[in-house]
Design a protein around this ligand. Structure first.
Ligand code: SF4
Length: 294
């Protein structure tokens, strides 16, 4: 039976403006295609893709484009992934070089099929990018390394990123429904253990709103993140990628995003970006420089 209340009509503030540098999109795409690298921008059907590609920016998706989990909000395909591509770090480093990226975000699908959840491949990508692009900052947005957190954290010892990020995405009440296979407490634990082990590396997380959570639940989640060592936070509106995905339960107003930002800063986060189209990798270079993007 279909729910007559959904889908909701998109409010005006979610309409995307086409930027002036529209032609640069082709250049960004040709580099991505030439080096055969995946991006989460395309895989997740990100609403900012025109904006980011036109500025020559993309977030790379490593370890293939098939995920071993089934989050209800995510557009990434599911299935049995191939073994990691040994040449991927090399192609990625060359793509970063050609795109002249001063800050790069790497993320991956979940790789529950691998003994280390893909951590050694992340480490190889970090090392190879640094080798060819010594001045580029590297931010990694990792999965939860279910059942292999210790192995993963050990593997990062010699290959540390400039920012370590893991997205909590939602509040604990909704986890089993929208993120089956994930555990809220384990995600917090990963962030805490990384911070304890590598205290000089800033940790970051992201919340998407509009999936049925209350403002109070979001604020409690912000406290949980802060109390587990997270200092950088982004908050954005969930947008249903296709009609097969979970529907948007509510569009938050700009005023509510501002309210959440204010609350997060009161809690103590050193940087917060909160707005309808904010994503954790959106203008990540500016986030690192503490420049407002919302
Ligand atoms: S916000 Fe991130 S994922 Fe979205 S298009 Fe920009 S770089 Fe890609």
């Amino acid at each position: 039976m279909t729910d007559k209340n959904y889908p909701l009509n998109k409010p005006d503030w979610l309409k995307i403006k086409v930027p002036k540098e529209y032609n640069n999109i082709k250049n960004t795409e040709s580099i991505i295609n030439y080096y055969r690298v995946n991006t989460i921008c395309k895989a997740a059907n990100c609403p900012n893709i025109i904006n980011c590609f036109s500025h020559g920016v993309a977030t790379f998706l490593i370890l293939g484009n098939l995920c071993t989990r089934h989050c209800k909000f995510c557009n990434v395909k599911h299935g049995f992934p191939n073994k990691p591509d040994d040449d991927e770090p090399n192609r990625l480093a060359k793509a970063v070089h050609q795109m002249k990226l001063k800050h790069v975000v790497l993320t991956s699908v979940n790789r529950d099929d691998l003994y280390d959840g893909g951590a050694s491949h992340f480490a190889k990508c970090i090392d190879t990018i640094k080798k060819y692009n010594s001045k580029t900052n590297i931010e990694i947005l990792v999965p939860d390394f279910r059942n292999c957190v210790k192995i993963a954290l050990d593997l990062f010892k010699e290959s540390l990123p400039d920012i370590f990020s893991h997205n909590i995405e939602s509040v604990p009440r909704l986890y089993s429904f929208i993120k089956p296979g994930f555990n809220y407490i384990n995600s917090l634990k990963l962030l805490r253990l990384f911070k304890i082990r590598y205290p000089n590396i800033p940790t970051k997380s992201s919340i998407i709103v509009g999936l049925g959570e209350t403002l109070e639940e979001i604020i409690n989640t912000m406290y949980d993140l802060y109390n587990n060592g997270v200092s950088l936070l982004t908050i954005g509106q969930y947008l249903q990628p296709t009609n097969k995905h979970i529907s948007v339960k509510r569009f938050f107003s700009k005023k509510e995003f501002s309210f959440l930002k204010k609350e997060a800063l009161i809690i103590g986060f050193s940087y917060v970006a909160s707005g309808p189209l904010i994503r954790s990798s959106y203008k990540a270079d500016l986030q690192l420089c503490n420049i407002s993007i919302d």
